[in-house]
Design a protein around this ligand. Structure first.
Ligand SMILES: Cc1cc2nc3c(=O)[nH]c(=O)nc-3n(C[C@H](O)[C@H](O)[C@H](O)COP(=O)(O)OP(=O)(O)OC[C@H]3O[C@@H](n4cnc5c(N)ncnc54)[C@H](O)[C@@H]3O)c2cc1C
Length: 288
């Protein structure tokens, strides 16, 4: 995506390719705010070409073995290493049980970009139009972070603070994303795009449990500066997916979800899209 800048070259930087997490952390400690971690590089290199970022040190973590793992953690869920590509995640049923994330990732850009880009990079990029954050929030996922001072884990819902603004300190790196055990969660993703590029509006839905214990998460992406949940739409389908509840949820979402004007679409158009994609995703889930 071009932001209209005249640059075609990259600014000068030193390229590092650590072979272990400890080496990556040591480089981050040494170079502090002058360093940027690189996953697939799809977003970072574009930002650097546009001079929106000019790190003096780029730390490419694609070959760090600790970040290349996908593993089940008993009693917790699925931990996805930060250097695993979207293409790798979509292969071999890795995301079975996490339909909302699988559907979101399958619709990211094109096969070439999916073979380079990582889930962690998609999340850390934190531009409003990317597709994984609403899906991760709907699933209750958290971000695994390491720094020289130790490790911490934060919910994805609190990790994105604003456009290109995440809860990550200099010297820290995202090591992975933790998806809680799906436990029969029914989930789905829908987006509207005006071509092959970013979403103009997206929605991620996750329904867990039944009866009084049913929990609903409906998270909208690309409509505002950060993903937003819509409690009123969630309430509308809390007692089940019926045609009347689906209509009510779509009306509620269109009325209550805060939409903004930006370079891709107007707020009014987004409100219309919110109604359309809410209806589509819930109808699909109804007949699942
Ligand atoms: C033509 C085009 C179309 C696109 N269409 C879509 C689309 O339809 N849907 C969509 O969701 N996205 C889309 N994108 C965006 C693209 O998917 C993202 O740029 C990509 O997912 C970023 O992942 P990456 O691994 O390449 O991250 P990188 O480019 O490597 O990094 C992105 C940012 O995250 C930081 N970062 C990366 N990994 C880590 C880590 N482990 N720890 C800390 N910080 C880290 C980097 O420092 C950088 O700031 C599109 C991009 C292009 C160019």
């Amino acid at each position: 995506m071009s932001f209209g800048s005249p640059y075609v070259t990259l600014p000068d930087f030193a390229y590092h390719r650590p072979k272990s997490l400890d080496e990556a952390l040591a480089l981050l400690k040494e170079h502090g705010e002058e360093a940027k971690v690189m996953g697939g590089g799809v977003g970072l290199i574009a930002f650097m070409k546009e001079r929106l970022m000019s790190p003096a040190h780029v730390i490419d973590v694609k070959e760090v073995p600790e970040l290349r793992q996908v593993r089940h953690v008993p009693g917790k869920g699925l931990s996805i290493g930060a250097a695993v590509s979207i293409k790798e995640l979509l292969e071999g049923g890795t995301l079975r049980g996490y339909a909302v994330l699988e559907e979101a990732l399958a619709r990211v850009a094109d096969p070439m970009i999916r073979s380079r880009a990582t889930l962690a990079g998609n999340l850390c990029e934190a531009i409003p139009w990317v597709d994984s954050p609403p899906a991760l929030i709907a699933l209750g996922a958290s971000v695994e972070i390491a720094g020289t001072g130790g490790t911490r884990e934060v919910p994805v819902s609190g990790f994105i603070r604003g456009p290109v603004d995440i809860d990550l300190n200099p010297g820290e790196i995202v090591t992975g994303i933790m998806l809680p055990d799906p436990k029969g969660t029914l989930s789905a993703f829908e987006k509207f795009t005006a071509g092959s590029e970013f979403s103009l509006a997206s929605v991620a839905v996750a329904l867990a449990g039944g009866g009084r214990k049913r929990s609903v998460a409906m998270v909208y992406g690309a409509v505002s500066s950060t993903p937003v949940r819509c409690a009123e739409a969630e309430q509308a389908v809390a007692d089940g997916l019926t045609p009347a509840n689906v209509r009510r949820a779509a009306d509620m979402a269109s009325e209550k979800v805060e939409c903004v004007d930006d370079v891709l679409a107007s707020a009014a158009y987004r409100r219309h899209l919110v109604k359309v994609i809410t209806t589509r995703v819930l109808r699909r889930m109804m007949s699942a």
